[in-house]
Design a binder for this molecule. Sequence first.
Ligand code: UDP
Length: 234
Amino acid sequence: MESKYKRVLLKISGEALAGEDKFGLNEEMLKKVALQIKEVRDMGVQVAVVVGGGNFWRGRTSKNMDRATADYIGMLATVMNAMAMQDACEAEGIPTRVQTAIEMREVAEPYVRRKAMSHLEKGRVVIFGAGTGNPFFSTDTTAALRAAEIDAEVILLAKKVDAVYSADPEVDPKAVKYDELTHQEILEKGLGVMDSTAASLCRDNHIDIHVFGIAQEGNVMRAVCGEKIGTIIK
Ligand code: UDP
């Protein structure tokens, strides 16, 4: 199999990292994801990663907390995931750098676009933590922003669910799976796969998104090779 892309941005939701545990970090899942990253990196694909934080905390679902504070907590949660992901990657022999959008030099490099691109060119996997560094945004928007900044050819949106559905398939048995969608359809149908800020940023910058389930081994490779798994948004 041959890769369709030279540089990809892999977005891993926090939920996917929790695996069966539903909360926190599942080390088996971390290993599974790391092995999938290794597979495509070994093919010579440059891989940048954005991690979510929903396995620990999401600002938008907080109840009484000041929203900005709740969002900063969410961003810190993504740094925990980034560090765990780095550890899992390095255990598989993948050279990795974490860059955070909120400076914490004791644990990671600060985000510097040109440095991130230089790491990628040297074959290092770069994991972006702390989202965009701004409250009121999501890590899907971070994925769109970073993909545009580093010239990634596609966003691989790795999730717990295996595709985009008309409704949550775990709640609604009549939910219909979409094979292909446009960014505009995501916005018009109000699909929950990503927030409207992320969808419109991708639409405006012509960034294709490939949504698929991360739990199935080999899926990152399949997506990178252009296999029609999950849902393709373009
Ligand atoms: N977050 C933020 N700004 C960003 C990215 C993330 O404030 O640029 C916060 C926000 O509270 C969000 C949380 O971090 O709910 C975790 O990210 P997200 O919900 O996107 O994670 P996922 O659903 O992908 O696990």
